[in-house]
Ligand binder design. Sequence first.
Ligand SMILES: Nc1ncnc2c1ncn2[C@@H]1O[C@H](COP(=O)(O)OP(=O)(O)OP(=O)(O)O)[C@@H](O)[C@H]1O
Ligand SMILES: [Mg+2]
Length: 257
Amino acid sequence: MSLLTVTDLTVAFGDQVVVDHVSFAIDTGERIAIIGESGSGKTITALSIIGLAPDTATVTGSIVFEGTELIGRTDRQLSKTRGEDIAMVFQNPLTSLNPLMRVGKQIAEPLRRHHGMSRSAARTAAIELCQRVGLPEPERIVRSYPHQMSGGQRQRVGMAMALACRPALLIADEPTTALDVTVQAEVLTVLADLVQQESTALLFITHDVALVPIVADRLLVMRQGRVVESGSAADLIASPTHEYTTSLLAAARKTAL
Ligand SMILES: Nc1ncnc2c1ncn2[C@@H]1O[C@H](COP(=O)(O)OP(=O)(O)OP(=O)(O)O)[C@@H](O)[C@H]1O
Ligand SMILES: [Mg+2]
């Protein structure tokens, strides 16, 4: 049995269908990327998995995580799954970080809430997590506020927070888009190493195909709400079969020049 099985996921806003019978599965520890142009339904797919699609959306189909159907669960039922079993890293870490709270406390908070850790144990764990995501001087970092850090450092904190409770699945939606190109690769390499060490499954969303080989083994290509192609990331990038994938790759190569 897969860790996550999405079957015929369909999301509509009124009569506008933005995710159209999307099906895929992720095994324990497997790393999958979704690519596709802006508006193809990547983010809505990810948000639907953790029950955070907008209230105005109609979500149908099936999302089974560790044997449990998630569609139709209430917010309250999902709140335990969220953060503890499935965690998410967003494009802009400032939206997930509290500007008024020291980052150490923010990393420690889910450990206290979900794992019942003592304050000092959670603080020690937060320092260790900062070290693991490659933050310099972790003792100092945990006492900082988000605005005192660089964008790359904040995204590393976002990753530390997401991975604190050792979720089985991490969803990362364009986690490095806001960063410089060189910092992007560094942060993604750290992410790839961490999920590998912890056997965390990863759903990585990007519109930048050049980033896919750093973190993912398998690739889904979305267009206008549908999965148009899927397979091994290396194979698809070397020899795409769908015309749309070919054009995405050509566009990516052009920008790289
Ligand atoms: N709250 C909303 N109300 C109505 N339509 C929405 C809403 N959120 C998203 N959409 C529509 O759903 C479609 C898919 O959006 P989504 O955010 O999933 O795209 P995406 O593939 O993540 O794009 P990007 O690469 O720009 O992040 C788009 O056509 C978008 O306009
Ligand atoms: Mg998006």
